[in-house]
Design a protein around this ligand. Sequence first.
Ligand code: CTP
Ligand code: MG
Length: 225
Amino acid sequence: ARVAVVVVAAGSGTRLQAAAPKAFVGIDAHSLLAHALRGVLAVPRAQVVVVAPAGREDQARTEAEASGAAARVSVVTGGATRQASVRAGLSAVWSDVEVVLVHDAARALTPPEVFTRVIAAVRAGAPGVLPVLPVVDTIKRVDADFVVTGVDRSDLARAQTPQGFARDILDAAYRSADREYTDDAALVAAAGHRIQTVPGDERAFKITGPADLERARALVAGAPM
Ligand code: CTP
Ligand code: MG
């Protein structure tokens, strides 16, 4: 079954506070998007759909060309929310694709093994697959300035991307979605499907604020592209 990976890169990166949209910020000589593409393109023969900010489509195409796999990379324009951007990406998925992964460009250092695990679980029959990591911090429910109660973390997990789906299920769930969901797994679960978990990876952390970019820079300095 053919695979497509929708890489959402259309956010502005408000919390990173950089001069450019987040996907085009440099980690080293290469942008978040370039690093993300390197991991994604390790999936053999997969179609890659990059969802770019309006006005940055050509820049995204240039990154795809630099990655050496431009023939299987499509670029589309994103929307005002992540969900709108995923929706735009889905409209560009080739007709013969049966497995779709949705991945945040902001998780730029996600290693190829995570893609492999997610694809394998979808191919084995899961309607939706979510990479997760355990919660290591003690979690509290708080009410303004005071602790209300502790929360048992043993049945909590941190959700990552790439999240993988049977293509028909993801398309149908997006057609029926009537509100904004926090991620694609939640949207597909709301359509009545069970989401399977697979192990995530610490390197798939999301570059959100300046400290995350520093962490990415340190990791890349230790293992250059
Ligand atoms: N994203 C997108 N389109 C949007 C919003 C987000 O494609 N309208 C993408 C981002 O480019 C990112 C991923 O969704 O790869 C996760 O979003 P987030 O980390 O929140 O990125 P931003 O929305 O860009 O950052 P911020 O929320 O700080 O503005
Ligand atoms: Mg955001």
